[in-house]
Design a protein around this ligand. Structure first.
Ligand code: NOJ
Ligand code: CA
Length: 554
């Protein structure tokens, strides 16, 4: 690739992915075209207009590969096959062509910290100690340490021959041994296979975990509940990412975004400083961890702590690093239930407020499917209503083993469960929300008759069109993309108000995170109203419940 030299007045090198808005699709839950109850690639093609209509630039497709689905596709059996439930390779090619024809780009999920235990490499690796692929995974003749899986339980499982293999997630997700050069070359070949089809980059699953400290120290006491901060700090992660960049990524004009679970803010530049040539961007978890206690359990959060995340992030990243902004994905609850107010009275206003935040913040915004219609969490009351193995493991470890009451368990899971995001998309108020003509793989939210795409599309004042308008505004406003960020009232308990400025062009964003009126905590300024969830307003100093406004300021 030729060097990129065009810079903004405040010193950022201009790149297409810094200016893009990304929309994440979880294909299993998007749209089922053939009535088997599982969303699929032809279904996504059929519904592409819904995504294109928002004006987003890039689609991130969660895993579409052949998988036994122990972790819904994040356990890949064959990286060069489309999962049979999703369609065929020719469906994938059609999807890519349709996305390009619609003027968008496609990034796919690269899950290469681990494979499925049914992947051919692991099948061979576990078959005998002398198998040439034994060293593709991480084996030990005794259990080396007390590492735990992110999903609960020990991170080591004993195989038939008595040796132990490492899995930082489920036992069906054995970790690859990246110290083996053949493994790395194998991964690079998989990447080239998809890049050569014309995809536009990768979201990389738990990528900082790829390098392991082979002295296998035990977990330090203070990180026992958060072992990701150990796993993300292997000795060679930067060597391997740099090698991947040099050998593969730098040969294409693509974007990468790493899921940086366990990476501190201080360590972030090591992954994304453009002079280091590793990744373009990462997902930072501080904002979505604001309501989690040390043990990962839900805790109440405050607006000042939430706001502080973004100032800290902005201060930690210089002009050579580019942030992302996301509040949700397939691993998180629904944003309107979590950071907004999902009561019938305020659901739409607060969802629009969160849209305003997402699309006026510094960093490439990622929108998760369904947030553009304000989908909510549901109220789970039985363990059988859940699908996620993480929740099921926790039920076993906590309730069945008598540590928590079922009541406490549900109260917590209703706040944190990944399943809130994984319910099928309601397209209509008809049977099964129009998601499938058959029986859905996972039940829809009970409120699909009120909250669905059809309703959103028919209502010109809907959340959907609000997203569309703000995406268009972001695209035409360089200050909202590259502008400097400043929180103007970091301590205010209910109002988030910040400025985005690029030279003399500046915007003031005011967000009332509360169901009651609040005063704008700033001295009066000369402003022009540009957008907001209550329509044009000539008032400056007071904010209605969940009001969001964007003003041009001089
Ligand atoms: C992160 C993914 O986002 C999550 O869904 C998955 O369970 C783990 N990585 C393991 O692959
Ligand atoms: Ca299907």
């Amino acid at each position: 690739m030729p060097p990129h030299t065009e810079t903004t007045p405040n010193g950022y090198v201009k790149r297409w992915w810094k200016e893009a808005v990304v929309y994440q699709v979880y294909p299993r839950s998007f749209y089922d075209s053939n009535g088997d109850g599982i969303g699929d690639l032809p279904g996504l093609i059929e519904k592409l207009d819904h995504i294109k209509g928002l004006g987003v630039d890039v689609i991130w497709l969660s895993p579409h590969f052949d998988s036994p689905n122990a972790d819904n596709g994040y356990d890949i059996r064959d990286y060069r096959q489309v999962g049979a439930e999703f369609g065929t390779m020719s469906d994938f090619d059609d999807l890519l062509a349709a996305i390009k024809a619609a003027g968008m780009k496609l990034i796919i999920d690269l899950v290469v910290n681990h494979t499925s235990d049914e992947h051919q490499w692991f099948v061979e690796s576990r078959s005998s100690r002398n198998n040439p692929k034994r060293d593709y995974y991480i084996w030990s003749d005794e259990k080396p340490n007390d590492w735990t899986s992110i999903f609960g339980g020990p991170a080591w499982t004993q195989s038939e021959d008595g040796d132990w293999y490492l899995h930082l997630f489920d036992p069906k997700q054995p970790d690859l041994n990246w110290d083996n050069a053949e493994v790395r070359e194998g991964v690079y070949d998989i990447m080239r296979f998809w890049l050569d089809k014309g995809i536009d980059g990768f979201r990389m699953d738990v990528i900082p975990f790829i390098s392991k400290d082979k002295t296998f120290p035990n977990l330090p006491e203070d990180l026992r509940a958060k072992p990701q901060y150990v796993y993300a700090n292997g000795p060679k992660v930067h060597d391997y990412l740099h090698e991947m960049n040099r050998k593969v990524l730098s040969q294409y004009d693509v974007m990468t975004v790493g899921e940086a679970f366990g990476v501190t803010l201080a360590d972030t530049p090591k992954l994304i400083d453009e002079r280091r040539q590793e990744l373009d961007m990462i997902f930072q978890f501080a904002a979505v961890e604001v309501d989690r206690g040390r043990d990962g359990r839900w805790k109440p959060w405050t607006l000042p702590e939430f706001k502080a995340v973004f100032t800290r992030q902005d201060q930690a990243l210089d002009r050579h690093c580019w942030p992302t902004f996301f509040l949700s994905n397939h691993d998180n609850p629904r944003i309107v239930s979590r950071f907004g107010d999902d009561s019938p009275q305020w659901r739409e206003k607060s969802a629009m407020l969160l849209a305003t935040l997402t699309l006026t913040m510094k960093g490439t915004p990622f929108i998760y499917q369904g947030d553009e219609m304000g989908l909510t969490n549901r109220n789970f009351t039985e363990i059988t209503q859940f699908n996620d193995l993480w929740t099921k493991n926790a039920w076993q470890a906590e309730v069945v083993n008598g540590k928590w009451s079922a009541e406490d368990f549900f109260a917590n899971q209703n706040k944190v469960s990944r399943d809130h995001a994984r319910m099928p998309i309601p397209w209509t108020s008809g049977r099964q929300g129009g998601f499938t003509a058959g029986r859905p793989w996972f039940a829809l939210n009970d409120n699909f008759q009120d909250i669905n795409a059809d309703r959103a599309i028919r209502d010109p004042g809907s959340i959907y069109y609000y997203y569309r308008d703000l995406i268009a505004r972001r695209h035409k406003t360089p200050a909202l993309i590259y502008g400097d960020y400043k929180d103007l009232a970091p301590d205010h308990p209910h109002v988030f108000t910040y400025e985005r400025r690029l030279e003399d062009e500046a915007y003031l964003i005011t967000l009332n995170f509360s169901p009651v009126e609040n005063k704008v905590p700033l001295p009066p300024r000369l402003t022009a109203w540009l957008a907001g969830n209550y329509g044009p307003a000539d008032i400056f100093d007071s904010l209605r419940p969940w009001e969001a406004r964007i003003h041009r300021v001089s």
